[in-house]
Design a protein around this ligand. Structure first.
Ligand code: ZN
Length: 101
């Protein structure tokens, strides 16, 4: 899955940025920062690059958070279990459709 440099979500343009020390700082592989319109993804863990699938699923995970946020669904936005399941499915659909190729 090709991760873009920017993505439009409900009229807001989010920049996609990478970090290598997020797992230490935040105990996660990505986060969305709506105040500065940024999605940050962990690129490697302890020097080992994360694979394309892991990066794609994390990107989808942050997008789902962003979608719930844009919809004003604060409870769903914070529901990590639901967000994770939806991210896996969204990633699978995107790959099947080949929309990123
Ligand atoms: Zn999350």
């Amino acid at each position: 899955m090709k991760i873009p440099k920017y993505i439009q979500l409900a009229g807001r343009k989010y920049k996609i940025r990478y970090s290598d020390n997020m797992a230490n700082d935040r105990a996660c592989n990505g986060y969305i920062h709506p105040d500065v319109c940024e999605i940050v993804l962990q690129k490697s863990i302890k020097g080992t690059p994360r694979d394309e699938q892991a990066m794609g699923i994390t990107f989808c995970h942050e997008l789902i958070h962003g979608i719930f946020l844009a919809a004003g669904e604060d409870e769903l936005y914070s529901n990590e279990s639901l967000v994770s399941k939806m991210a896996e499915l969204l990633y699978q659909i995107i790959n099947q459709l080949g929309v990123d190729k």
